[in-house]
Design a protein around this ligand. Structure first.
Ligand SMILES: Cc1cc2nc3c(=O)[nH]c(=O)nc-3n(C[C@H](O)[C@H](O)[C@H](O)COP(=O)(O)O)c2cc1C
Length: 191
């Protein structure tokens, strides 16, 4: 049984399933900047990481700031309102390796895992606030990442892992997930 005041497993899964990649966005938000910041803070307050090493750093780009950001990068504003830039503090990986030498070779991979968890939590939570969006990787273009780092004023030791872009939906919310492989392919149960 779920602890009092906590949703059931089925409610949790249905809620998680509501998150979709939504690309047609408006430059408006149904929630305040303060609420978005509160949601992101809440996620940072409990999201897990290996040995609790916490390699995730976030820059929240709100309102007209996103237009400034994209003016800087591609000289064209994009139709979305909010960006969550998710950085890896690379020094954390080195420090973690020194603190736990037998696992030093794993901290890069574990940082990726911790980032995936933070990404999904942020994406899902903001979807419930009525902010749809998608997961983007402008770090795939090194000059773009360099421009984003300059814009955000983050230390050199930060490496962009992904950016989530959000706005109100300018399309119908996708009904369900895209087709998935059969469980026969993706799941094996041993008992
Ligand atoms: C690790 C990961 C990386 C992704 N990178 C991108 C990306 O760079 N650009 C993009 O448009 N979508 C990206 N996506 C979104 C996927 O294409 C999308 O999640 C998938 O097609 C399933 O659709 P759904 O998000 O509606 O469930 C990424 C998703 C994941 C999990």
């Amino acid at each position: 049984m779920a602890p009092p005041g906590i949703v059931t497993t089925d409610q949790f899964l249905q809620t998680a399933k509501y998150r979709r990649s939504v690309y047609a966005l408006k430059s408006t938000s149904p929630v305040s900047d303060e609420r978005i910041e509160q949601v992101v803070q809440e996620i940072l307050s409990f999201a897990p990481s290996s040995y609790n090493t916490q390699p995730v750093r976030i820059t929240l780009v709100l309102c007209d700031k996103h237009a400034e950001l994209f003016d800087e990068i591609i000289a064209a504003a994009q139709p979305f309102l909010t960006q969550v830039l998710l950085w890896e503090r690379t020094t954390t990986l080195a420090e973690s390796g020194q603190a736990h030498p037998s696992a030093a070779h794993m901290f890069g991979q574990w940082s990726d895992h911790a980032h995936g968890m933070a990404h999904l939590l942020t994406w899902s939570a903001l979807a419930l606030e009525g902010l749809a969006g998608s997961l983007q990787h402008h770090n795939a273009m090194p000059p773009v990442e360099a421009a984003m780092k300059r814009y955000a004023g983050v230390p050199d030791e930060y490496s962009l892992k992904a950016n989530l872009v959000f706005g109100e939906e300018a399309q119908a919310h996708p009904v369900g997930p895209p087709p998935k492989l059969a469980f026969g392919e993706t799941l094996k149960v041993l008992k």
